[in-house]
Design a protein around this ligand. Structure first.
Ligand code: RTP
Ligand code: MG
Length: 139
């Protein structure tokens, strides 16, 4: 179920640099409806838990440090084909390869500080959304 939803975070650098509004505007203009939204701070422990799938990757330690370095904005988004369409809207992980018109092309600074997260499957979208939001916070 919930195959029309995805989960995103506006990462610490983009949040710190006042790009929350710009990024949310691109998300809404892209046809996504905001189901849940909050600004919050991940502890290193919580960031490690969120990215546990990447535990064996060489960048895991740096990623956990970066994602807990300042507040993030978490959101659940709704649209037909949400997961795939959102990954198209955000662009490639490495901003050097991100297409014109994508969020990462406009706001990402590096392969790590790449402005936004987007879920990679329907299953993970549901797990990640529920990591941040109770059912009473999703509308
Ligand atoms: P995300 O999960 O944040 O939406 O990004 P993604 O699917 O495009 O990329 P993924 O492979 O899942 O990597 C998760 C995040 O780890 C950081 N990263 N750093 N230093 C590096 O080589 C490297 N590679 C990935 C990025 O912040 C990436 O978004
Ligand atoms: Mg990913």
């Amino acid at each position: 179920m919930a195959t029309n939803r995805t989960f995103t975070m506006i990462k610490p650098d983009a949040t710190q640099e006042n790009h929350i509004g710009g990024i949310l505007s691109m998300i809404e203009a892209g046809g996504f409806r905001i189901v849940a939204l909050k600004k919050t701070l991940l502890t290193a422990e919580r960031a490690g838990e969120f990215y546990a799938v990447h535990k064996e990757r060489p960048f895991y330690g740096d990623l956990v440090k970066y994602m807990s370095s300042g507040p993030i904005v978490a959101a659940i988004l709704e649209k037909d084909n949400a997961v795939a369409d959102f990954r198209t809207l955000i662009g490639a992980t490495n901003p050097a390869q991100a297409e014109e018109g994508t969020i990462r092309k406009k706001y990402a600074k590096s392969i790590e500080a790449n402005a936004v997260h987007g879920s990679d499957s329907d299953e993970n979208a549901q797990i990640e959304g529920n990591f941040f939001f109770g059912s009473e916070e999703q509308f």
